[in-house]
Design a protein around this ligand. Structure first.
Ligand code: FAD
Length: 621
């Protein structure tokens, strides 16, 4: 049957990409349908119950700055919060939260159910309605036809999903969920380049069977950090402890003994796994000289005894899993509640996408999340938001939008995927961003919230809080520039003792704050000062201290902007550019870069080749 409503956007899949996509589109006022297998699994974390971490928290905060849900759900579901790299510079500082799986899911579901313009429907999408080269809707497994202007596909690990435990395998989207076979087959008929990737998860353990006596405790930070710019510590549920234990030589021996029945090492698994989140058998194989690996023992939630042993993801046979777990300190009598497993799934070459995440071959069809070759909730959520907002803009007949590499990690993520493609699960790192000092987790709102407001993604409450913060930063920075210390002032001895040395001339507080040995609190203690929020104080301090570096990065961006602005036509005959080697031509033909800047980032495309292209395009232009 034809469903009576017509939608601006249909999102397939209620995982991390799908929920952010649906919310973004609906926030923009576009009638949106979220079509997903199971309403109970909206916002479900398939693997590690944690959000954020290095590089990833930057994405979470960017989603938040654009009005998305992930950071808020983390504040309502987080049972341990920490800031990693606290002693390093602000560019690489990262907030990480251990989440209660059920609370996180409940928070996401609540946000979805209360979102205006959004309808949710539980059923499997089995087919796309494609007319000519344009998508027109979706058909479910019971034959309901939903029509829409645009469709966002976020099927995660479900397309052609195959689960492995030892040499046994079975079809599934993740443990306990069915795979998407019909849709995967349909997509393989379309002209997208499809390949296989794999990922894995550790066995879960019953805390009642663990001896914690000799395990190292790990508590969260005090004061507790929050994830959302709108977050408050009072939103956090009870905070809990995690523990640390280690594998040992006996564990490694057990693993080596089981490798002949490992689907990874016997060639049963063909997909490439995540390099930065390897299975324990992979670690033992690759780092053969290491006699021990760390395992973080993390609670799955407040109302469950299940533990997530972070570091022993495995697809070894179950009997080997029991032995390897029980060889670890504290786990001698451990009971496994769920076996570890690996999953292989279809992903699409992201080079077949535009920067808006619309596919190059089917108009109005967008791809986001794990299906684009990424791994991680944060990477998925960020792409979902971008695809959802652009699908909505297309339905409103507006121009697409995406951030540049110097504006957001989201810009880096999408640009990397589209320009370079990926052959292994792609995860975000701060090292992927060349403008790290500009793209900090503390300033995602200053980089993106104004744009989000313009796009219709940011509500009044967030906009007012953001505007007050931005004005507060400007006011306080100006005040510091106009507040002085001078050698003759009454309390000069006290001032000198804070500064660590006597001053010989007048200094503004702004100048003093640039000194590496002084922080904001010390500087404002030198005179009477108005009270400012922690967020304002943090921003003022970072902006003043790093002003020199920040300016240098901004100048470099300006210099490179002409490359960004030099567009390469979608249909472009590289054979007409004289002087390009055949190898470079082939790389350009494969990657089809959208701009000269994209071309310059393709490995093997030399600066000389970029200059040739620049000259050629200018002549044409
Ligand atoms: P998902 O979260 O997978 O959501 C997909 C959604 O789409 C689901 O709700 C599903 O029901 C729905 N769906 C699919 N097909 C259809 C259809 N045809 N019709 C309707 N609904 C559909 N990430 C890491 O960063 N590190 C890890 O170590 C790691 N290990 C993992 C281990 C396993 C076993 C699994 C399964 C995943 C692992 N991940 C890991 C990946 C992480 O779960 C994903 O990166 C993240 O969930 C991707 O989000 P997504 O929204 O793209 O897809």
């Amino acid at each position: 049957m034809d469903y009576p409503n017509h939608y601006g956007v249909i999102v397939i899949g209620g995982g991390h990409a799908g929920t952010e996509a649906a919310l973004a589109s609906a926030r923009m006022g576009v009638k949106t349908l979220l079509l997903t297998h199971n309403i109970e699994t909206l916002g479900m974390m398939s693997c590690n119950p944690a959000i954020g971490g290095i590089g990833k928290s930057h994405l979470v905060k960017e989603i938040d700055a654009l009005g998305g849900a992930m950071a808020t759900a983390t504040d309502f579901g987080g049972i341990q919060f920490r800031v990693l790299n606290q002693r390093k510079g602000p560019a690489v500082r990262a907030t990480r939260a251990q989440a209660d799986r059920a609370l996180y899911r409940a928070a996401i579901r609540k946000i979805l159910e209360n979102q205006a313009n959004l309808e949710i429907f539980q059923q499997s999408a089995d087919d796309l309605i494609v007319e000519g080269e344009t998508v027109r809707g979706v058909v479910t497994d019971t034959g309901i036809r939903f029509r829409a202007d645009t469709v966002v596909l976020t099927a995660g690990t479900f397309l052609g999903g195959l689960l492995h435990v030892g040499l046994k395998n079975s079809r599934g989207g993740r443990a306990g969920d069915p795979p998407s076979i019909a849709l995967a087959d349909r997509l393989r008929e379309l002209p997208f380049r499809v390949d296989r990737l794999k990922t894995g998860t550790p066995p879960r353990i019953d805390a009642k069977s663990v001896d914690f006596t000799d395990l190292q405790q790990q508590w969260g930070d005090k004061p507790e950090p929050v994830m959302s710019y709108m977050g408050r510590v009072e939103q956090h549920p009870e905070q809990v402890c995690c523990w640390v234990t280690h594998t040992n030589e006996k564990t490694h021996e057990i693993i080596r003994g089981g490798l002949d029945r490992s689907p990874m090492y016997s060639g049963v698994i063909e997909g490439v796994g995540p390099r930065y989140c390897p299975s324990v058998e992979d670690k033992i194989h690759r780092f053969a000289d290491k006699t021990s690996h760390q395992i973080f023992v993390e609670p799955e939630g407040l109302n469950t005894h299940e533990l997530y042993p972070n570091g022993i993801s495995t697809s070894l046979p179950f009997d080997v899993q029991i032995d390897l777990v029980r060889s670890i300190k504290g786990f001698e009598n451990a009971h496994i509640t769920r076996p570890g497993y690996a999953i292989e799934y279809d992903y699409f070459n992201p080079q077949d996408l535009k920067h808006s995440l619309e596919t190059k071959f089917i108009n109005g069809l967008f791809f986001a999340g794990q299906i684009n070759g990424t791994t991680g909730y944060e990477e998925a959520g960020a792409q979902g938001l971008l695809a959802g907002l652009n699908a909505a803009r297309m339905s409103l007949q507006q121009e697409v939008w995406y951030p540049r590499r110097d504006e957001a990690y989201l810009g880096v993520l999408v640009d990397d995927l589209i320009t370079l493609g990926t052959r292994e699960p792609y995860r975000m790192f701060t090292s992927r961003a060349e403008y790290r000092l500009l793209l900090r987790e503390d300033n995602a709102d200053l980089r993106l919230t104004e744009k989000g407001r313009e796009l219709g993604l940011v509500n009044d409450e967030r906009w007012q809080a953001f505007s007050a913060k931005r004005e507060g930063i400007a006011r306080e920075t100006e005040r510091l520039g106009q507040t002085w210390v001078h050698p003759q002032q009454d309390n000069i001895e006290q001032v000198n003792s804070v500064l660590g040395q006597p001053i010989s001339r007048e200094y503004s507080h702004l100048e003093l704050l640039r000194r590496p040995n002084l922080n904001y609190q010390q500087v404002v203690s030198l005179a009477e000062a108005p009270e400012v929020s922690e967020q304002v104080a943090e921003q003022v301090e970072i902006q003043v201290k790093y002003a020199g570096y920040i300016e240098r990065q901004q100048e470099e961006i300006k210099r490179l902007r002409r490359y960004e602005d030099t567009v390469i036509p979608a249909v472009f005959d590289y054979s007409t550019v004289e002087g390009l080697s055949n190898e470079v031509k082939q790389k350009l033909i494969d990657a089809r870069p959208a701009s000269l800047a994209n071309a310059s980032r393709i490995p093997g495309v030399t600066p000389a080749a970029v200059s040739l292209l620049l000259v050629y395009l200018k002549k044409q232009g």
